[in-house]
Design a protein. Sequence first.
Length: 179
Amino acid sequence: MSKSWLDNWTPGAKHRAVIAYVAEIHHLEPAMLLGRSRTWNLGVPRFICCWVLRNLFPDLSYPMIGRVMAGRDHSTIIYAIQKVEKRRDACETFRRQTDAILEAARPYAARGQSAAFSPERLDEIALRAFGGAKTATQSVSQNEVSDDEARVLAAIQADVDAEADALLARVAQSEADKA
């Protein structure tokens, strides 16, 4: 039986450069993003990496992105991209962060050069994405990463609370108008 075209396709330097870049800004090794661990500190960066690959290389099919991401199934890639899109819709901070990551990854996708990262570039991305949080070149402990995650979750909760308050105000106004 003959091999399918996907069996003959291999990821290129551009794809590896994007993976290396996304890993670097999350203070991870590329092998960690491509590994099988399902811990929280790897899941979100891995999902973001799938989303970035899909946006930078729209000609890549889900099975091809799965191949880039160490042989993951296409349904896993679809799930990852949908999770990122859903979170982007729900959280403006996460949207800004992922937009900054996507824009910063474009040169690596175009050149196909692996992680020759400029500290100034990482600082610029950190400032845009985290709104003045610690810069990427400063050492980051596991607790600081957890603090960043807590800030994002707090921002999501604040957005939800604000939307709930606005909805309650509209309901109260609607009831007052009826009376």
